[in-house]
Ligand binder design. Sequence first.
Ligand code: PFF
Length: 460
Amino acid sequence: MLSNQAGDGKRTSLHGHWSSKMAFVLAVTGSAVGLGNIWKFPYVAGENGGGAFVLVYLACVVAIGMPVMMSEILIGRRGRRNPVATMELLGQEEGSSKHWRYVGLLGVIAGILILSYYSVIAGWTLTYIVKSASGVFVNASTVDVVAELDAFKMNTGQMSLVHTLFMGLTIFVVARGVERGLEQAVKFMVPALLLMMLVLLGYSITSGSFGAGIDFLFTPDFSKLSWGSVLEAMGQAFFTLSIGMGAIMAYGAYLPEETSIMGASATVVAADTAIAILAGLVIFPLVFANGLQPDAGPGLVFQTLPLALGQMPGGAFFSTIFFILLSFAAWTSAIGLIEPGVAWLVEHFNRSRQQSAIIVGGAIWLLGFGSVFSWNIWRDATFFQGTVFDNLDFLTNQLMLPLGGLFIAVFAGWVMCRNSTAEELGGAGPAYSAWRFAARVIAPIGIFIVLFFAIKNVTA
Ligand code: PFF
């Protein structure tokens, strides 16, 4: 194992540092904002009846997501190593056990599993860039866009190709390293995506059934809310913020001492939530105006937007730009998913960054075929939650991330001493006390209750 203890006793990261606070905020936002906001949030909200689900999701973001994100960043910055080594080091340093490393390992595995299907859906967005640009959706009907997606889902060869392409792009950026790779990729994507969503919102307000969309998203009907939906909302909060698996911990390891963890977390949480809600505000008015179903599942965004944009002047252009930006958003998130595994290989097995990116990326690429086949040749081979894709999604979002988050909150709140966490969070004040209470009590109890009741219901 390489040492990262500098002469003055301060640890530094072996992978370099962010060039500025802004670069860190952008990188974490780039990891947070992705398919989770624009592809996943609308479709899971749609499947779970809208309003009440959205309310639980927002509550989880604020009461659990925010304190867990701060915990991850502070742990990462204190350890300055990959999540596995950091948890092991701090576990010993704080007088507990080196076995906390298994929390880091759980995160590495979660990242690998998530990216295996994330890359497949990112491949769909790459495909939709080409489809949009070639004018396939110009004046298309609802039946046409549904048929287009169905045909693509059955095309095993093409889906394999775009999944391969996306993993290639991810490996490429990660192999280049922190400074040159990660930062540059996120710098322009987040503002551009926000702008595009605002343009689409304008269109949705003028051409969609805006009232019906608002109603669906914000009028809670708690009779539609099962424990399963609550778990899904909590899982979505973890997934969308990239927390519970060490990705933010790995990014925190590159964070300069003086940056405020609280301020950075608040900015990221606000930006991520705003983009998800914006996506909902764009999608649902268009769903209702075009006779689509809100519970159409993972295909929702791939049907709604091409259909709506195909009817507007310059729609092929806007649709192309939209899917380009969505691909970028997926790309910067994929980097966060693979980073814990790559950093671990570099430090623990003394591999080069290039080698590590290729080894971890190659394994993820292979695993991804389970999800490619879930839409075609294996679509009837269902078990437990459904296809391989459905099971990976359930296992990672609804079990591994909340469990990871639970351990991280307990570690930061109970295992680390007050001095250590106060030092990282800029001293003990009211904001620090609020964080500590959330990390020690609200987050662990909240996660435990939701997991307990949801699992009891699934197995009942
Ligand atoms: N937050 C990303 C999204 O919403 O698309 C997904 C993700 C990225 C999860 C990175 C976890 C992670 F480490």
